[in-house]
Write a protein of this length. Structure first.
Length: 626
């Protein structure tokens, strides 16, 4: 075959696979012209640690290649990795100019393209997309999956980039501002003439010191009958919430949800740079974070609270359809759900004589701030000594809150881990003793409880009670290595469902045949491992992603490995939420996906994410010599 035809034929083989499907045309031709096609018979070794520093990249054209970790072939076969057509190996070892830690064997007759080291380096210089793929393999694949998802969801996702883009891009006009001494009457005239809903109050250096908005006109000027000659500083909101111009759009949405505001002041080097309103953020969507927050704030009975909860779900689906990153979306969901729970507690508290201090705490996924579209209740109460004397009153109060949350779409916990259960409504001292007992006598039930209760987070009441309890928990756990070792053993019980040959391991479920339980076999292993590292290093974070990042900073693992774990976890969460959002699963199937229903790219990324989870578990296994 003439050289040009051979190059073109090679390009056609490569193009359907990442990263070649998005590689620059010139770079792709450069690659295709330099590949050598080689054959490996079934069960033959392609390369291994004994081969010395890696000097070639392999791209599978046909067949299956298995990688086995050289030091753990017998003890941990679950960490084997399987490569199929279009996949590359061993990228990390080639970049590091080191021997591979894996032994790569042809599972069946294989044809592979081989690229020499010098051509690999030249290709990385020629192609920014290939360089990104090599330096952050999983992240590059996930980015590509997001593009496919946006295409699947159609025009509703057209502005996903806007949700990640810098906020400064939404500023279309110079901000309207005034000094603190400006008379109220002059400010009102400026707002009318400039057709703005807010004005920023700045000092001589143009540093924002306050903000005045249209709602303030009614509440602080008209109804309060303020003198129009008085300075605006007398009616402004001091110390406005500000974000840097480079902050992503979704951060503004999250801030508005948490604080119930409609305007965000942007700064550059601390000085006023612009104002972004809710209208700017959500001009292209009907759902409104503010509207959801308003409905929560004004709800005064069970029916209104249930309607507000439905509004949160509607908003969540709109933001998901818009393509908001999973990590940011879950934060928005958590912020609004927190607001709803706080309002439920406020309404219920009016009907009960609550003496002393208390703290309503969230546990499990809510405590970790990882609620998806489908979640049940896991909560408890911490009481001070005075409140403990009125425990019956608090139990009645908790029962009303639990039942109202159930009516709002948060089902009662089947395991009865709720504040209305006397077992989980205790004084601070009783909680301390319970935690110490679990750590010192880690029976199976104690380990199960620890996996739920050690992810505690304050929702309403006196948060200091939680802080005091968490400080004692971290100190006790960190000083009890035997307990941490048992927690690590538990974290290794559920293994990612990677097949021994080329595919996923599916469950033999009568109700959901041919599916994988993502929560049990992919989410839980990461959550459990992150918890162990947090306890071992005394990290106060409760969320899995913050724990993984903090573990990297604390030296529990290299930071690039921490980042890869975060990418894997977030992608699995994305697949899980996509399933809940798009496929309307039957009850009990909210976390079960059919891998055959995924497109080829997502199948590949999910396998890569599972491999990363296996590597995470392998690190934990080695840390505790399990």
């Amino acid at each position: 075959m003439p050289a040009e035809q051979l190059v073109q034929a090679t390009i056609e083989v490569l193009r359907p696979n990442a990263p070649f499907d998005h590689m620059e045309e010139e770079a792709l031709r450069f690659l295709a012209a330099r590949l050598e096609l080689v054959y490996f018979a079934r069960e033959s070794e392609i390369l291994g640690p004994q081969s010395g520093p890696v000097s070639q990249l392999y791209i599978i054209k046909q067949g299956v290649v298995r990688g086995r970790p050289a030091a753990a072939v017998r003890s941990a076969p679950e960490v084997d990795i399987v490569f199929g057509p279009g996949e590359c190996f061993p990228i990390g070892a080639l970049i590091g100019r080191r021997a591979t830690a894996y032994s790569y064997t042809a599972e069946e007759d294989c044809f592979c393209y081989r690229l020499a080291e010098e051509d690999f380096d030249a290709l990385r210089e020629r192609s920014a997309r290939f360089e990104h793929f090599c330096s952050d393999y999983l992240a590059a694949l996930v980015d590509q999956s997001h593009r496919v998802l946006r295409s699947q969801l159609g025009d509703a996702l057209a502005d996903e980039g806007r949700m990640r883009a810098p906020l400064r891009g939404l500023v279309t006009r110079p901000p309207v501002s005034c000094t603190p001494q400006t008379p109220i009457g002059d400010v009102l005239k400026m707002m009318r003439d400039q057709h703005v809903g807010s004005i920023v109050v700045v000092d001589e250096a143009r540093v924002p010191v306050g903000i005045f908005t249209q709602p303030d006109v009614l509440e602080r000027v008209a109804l309060a009958r303020a003198e129009l000659a008085a300075p605006i500083s007398s009616v402004m909101t001091p110390e406005p919430i500000v974000l840097a111009g480079e902050a992503p759009v979704y951060e503004a949405a999250l801030t508005m949800a948490r604080h119930g505001i409609r305007h965000i002041v942007l700064v550059e080097d601390g000085r006023l740079a612009g104002v972004v309103s809710e209208r700017d953020l959500f001009a292209l969507q009907r759902a409104s974070v503010r509207r959801a927050a308003d409905r929560i704030a004004t709800a005064s009975d069970k029916e209104a609270l249930a309607e507000a909860a439905a509004g949160i779900l509607q908003l969540t689906k709109a933001l998901f359809a818009q393509g908001m990153a999973t990590e940011a979306l879950i934060q928005v969901v958590t912020a609004l759900n927190d607001n709803l729970t706080q309002r439920v507690i406020e309404v219920a508290a009016q009907r009960h004589a609550l003496a002393g201090r208390y703290c309503w705490i969230a546990l499990g996924s809510e405590g970790r701030m990882e609620q998806t579209l489908v979640t049940d209740q896991d909560n408890a109460l911490i009481l001070d000594a005075t409140a403990g004397e009125a425990r019956d009153v608090y139990l009645a109060f908790a029962d009303e809150v639990n039942r109202t949350l159930d009516a709002c779409g948060f089902p009662l916990c089947k395991g009865n881990i709720m504040a209305r259960n006397p077992r989980w409504c205790m004084t601070l001292e009783e909680w301390r003793k319970t935690f110490v007992d679990w750590i010192r006598h880690p029976q199976p039930e104690a380990l199960l409880n620890a996996a739920i209760f050690f992810d505690l987070r304050a929702i309403a009441g006196d948060a200091q009670l939680v802080g005091t309890l968490r400080d004692g928990l971290l100190a006790q756990a960190k000083s009890t290595p035997s307990f941490l070792r048992l927690m690590a053993e538990n974290a290794l019980q559920a293994r990612p469902p990677i097949g021994l040959l080329r595919d996923f391991v599916i469950e033999d479920s009568k109700a959901f045949p041919g599916t994988i339980d993502l929560k049990k076999f992919a989410i839980r292993p990461v959550v459990d491992a992150a918890r162990v590292w947090a306890l071992a290093h005394g990290l106060a974070q409760t969320g899995t992603v913050p724990r993984l990042r903090a573990a990297g900073h604390a030296g529990a693992m290299p930071e690039n490995e921490s980042s890869a774990n975060v990418e894997a976890f977030n992608f699995i969460q994305t697949v899980r939420m996509r399933h809940q959002h798009l496929e309307a699963p039957a009850p009990g199937g909210e976390n079960r996906i059919d891998p055959d229903a995924l497109n080829e790219l997502d199948r590949r990324i999910l396998k890569e994410a599972f491999r990363q989870v296996s590597k995470l578990q392998e690190r934990l296994r080695l840390d505790y010599q399990l």
